[in-house]
Design a protein around this ligand. Sequence first.
Ligand code: BTN
Length: 274
Amino acid sequence: MNDPLDEPRIRRALEIGLRSGNIAPSQIGCEIVVLDEIGSTNDAIAERALAGASDGLVLVAEKQSAGRGRKGAAWIAPPSHNLTFSVLLRPTFPMELWPRLSHVAGLAVVNGVEPWLSGIDLQLKWPNDVYADAKKLAGILVETRSSSTGAFVVLGIGLNVNSQPADFPPELAHTLTSVAGLTGTPSASRNEICGSILAELSRFYEQGTQAFDTLIAELEQRSFLLHQKIRFRTTEGWNHATMVGIGANGEMLVQKHPDEPVTAILNAEDVRIA
Ligand code: BTN
């Protein structure tokens, strides 16, 4: 039986996560709103942001009827099984550094859910898919919007918690996984996992803002693609290269041949192992 999403339980887990991780409280989670059903939590939070909502607002939904993934794909999750939530950020640091936020979110998800997955290696597929056992466990949609009152960022997180293999679309079942699928536990607490991720988001948002370079070693150590031959698409078309690192601003560092210079890629789609 899945525990219903519940604001006080999420907040308690956030506070426990902050205390046990010795993390300074932040604006993140200043307001947490649980919705029974919404189109997309990313769209709903953007609407509230345009209406003046505060930095750190969290919307978490039992059901999304129009959940969105990257590149216009749909994000499909059975109601009340998984986590679908969004966080509003109003960064005060320069906009050219905002691409760092997708890495900040990736590290927060990995570290936040890891206590439920002991012994299982969690990896980040650049820029921000979370993989376990070579299958996708979570996806993150980072959207920047501008408005007359200033630009803002919406971090949307979809994490498969209690979905079973039969719940996934058949054509994708071999590429997706969940906390329950990885551990065999029938029902992990979505409230506790959500609070834990929000606590880690406070940690990594602060660290990513103040000293992004200190995150690079963990980003590389968690990377699903590091040292792999990959192919990816940029505005110039398809490219083949080896991923050799993460750059100072979160770029993917690639090299076509060992004797060629390293190139930093910030905007790449369809990044795959070749
Ligand atoms: C991806 O892997 O393509 C990103 C998926 C992001 C899905 C989440 S679920 C919560 C939030 N609301 C949305 O409509 N999308 C994101």
